[in-house]
Design a protein around this ligand. Structure first.
Ligand SMILES: Cc1cc2nc3c(=O)[nH]c(=O)nc-3n(C[C@H](O)[C@H](O)[C@H](O)COP(=O)(O)OP(=O)(O)OC[C@H]3O[C@@H](n4cnc5c(N)ncnc54)[C@H](O)[C@@H]3O)c2cc1C
Length: 325
């Protein structure tokens, strides 16, 4: 893509791309001034690379490899005429300093317009360069982020569709603002079916938040626990979709779960029958998962490609080894 010569700070060139082959690459989706920022008459601080301080970095429950990271805009040079707008479904680009230059996309699950803060759920990948960098971050260390980039899905609040959101592992994070956006709008008549794939109950992120969502008339969810273990079943127990009594006892009010992967049979049961035009599917997860799910929803419910949106980018190099959920 050609460099934008109007304003060097805003310019996008090949070096702004992380090279992962994201479906919503920064080269095709240049960060744009948001409508909310324009309405507020303020500058969106993240439109060009901006400094954010690490306010907290906590392990997610017992898993030290999964981190909740909270960042706040470094207000040292802030004249107070700015906001932070990262609309639902968008991601931001993290850039490290010149000595160890790295560039990776991350999808905030929470952001605050006025306080100029955002939060990420990050799974540290073994031997990953950015993961090692993030694992060693010190409190108040300054990092550079740019965005918002994306999104592949633009929500229509005037619709009355069934929005099926399929999320895998930590990729549930960017689906939370999308859900909240719909539920927070009383006039929005869309219904949400949130299908969450995780290895087991311990790895269902944001469970409390999901239970809050479940209080709304137009939200329901189902957990697919691909590797849930218990002490009552063994290898001789015939496989079944239904969780055993031990797993069932760990579920909360309004929580539905299946022990096993989300496959064609389960999808067919979740998607409204004979109503393909009124189904919108949003898929967030690894590239192989996104591809598998989009093929399945097209097959079992006849959902057209135009109604299937992939929220996250791709990692084409690892598709052959990745196991869904
Ligand atoms: C649009 C977009 C949004 C993203 N948002 C988030 C987010 O909110 N939170 C988050 O934790 N990550 C997110 N990622 C992934 C993130 O950008 C990095 O790829 C990840 O943090 C690993 O970076 P790394 O440099 O440590 O490892 P890399 O060098 O990128 O990879 C290290 C090793 O881990 C494998 N690997 C990398 N990512 C995955 C994966 N997702 N599943 C399985 N194996 C993998 C690689 O193949 C390699 O073997 C997002 C990716 C995209 C495209």
């Amino acid at each position: 893509m050609a460099r934008n010569n109007n304003d060097d700070d805003d310019a996008i060139d090949e070096s702004d791309c992380c090279g992962n082959g994201c479906t919503n690459c920064i080269l095709d989706h240049k960060p744009q001034p948001s409508q909310r920022a324009q309405l507020a008459g303020k500058r969106n601080v993240i439109l060009t690379y901006a400094n954010f301080r690490l306010l907290s970095n906590e392990a997610y429950k017992a898993d030290a490899q999964v981190r909740l990271m909270h960042f706040g805009y470094d207000t040292e040079h802030d004249a107070g005429d700015s906001i932070l707008d990262i609309p639902p479904g968008h991601h931001v680009m993290l850039r490290t300093d010149a000595t160890t230059p790295l560039l990776r996309p991350y999808s905030p699950y929470w952001s605050d317009f006025v306080a100029k803060e955002f939060k990420l759920l990050i799974k540290l990948q073994p031997n990953g360069p950015m993961s090692s960098f993030l694992a060693n971050l010190q409190p108040l260390q300054v990092l550079q982020f740019r965005g918002p980039i994306g999104a592949n899905y633009v929500h229509d609040a005037n619709g009355a569709k069934c929005i099926v959101i399929i999320a895998q592992g930590v990729a549930i994070a960017p689906t939370l603002p999308l859900v909240a956006q719909i539920l927070d709008n009383e006039d929005d008549m869309n219904r949400i079916r949130h299908l969450i794939c995780a290895q087991d109950l311990e790895h269902v992120y944001f469970r409390e938040r999901l239970l809050e969502f479940a209080q709304y008339w137009n939200y329901s969810s189902c957990l697919y626990l691909a590797h849930q273990s218990c002490t009552c079943c063994d290898s001789n127990t015939p496989p079944t979709d239904q969780p055993c009594e031990q797993v069932r006892r760990q579920l909360r009010y309004k929580e539905a779960a299946y022990t096993g992967r989300l496959e064609a049979k389960q999808l067919a049961a979740q998607l409204p029958a004979n109503d393909a035009e009124n189904i919108v599917v949003i898929i967030a997860g690894h590239s192989s998962f996104q591809r598998e799910m989009s093929e399945q929803v097209a097959k079992v419910a006849g959902v057209s490609a135009g109604n299937i949106h992939l929220l996250k980018g791709t990692k084409l190099s690892i598709t052959s080894t990745f196991i869904a959920c």
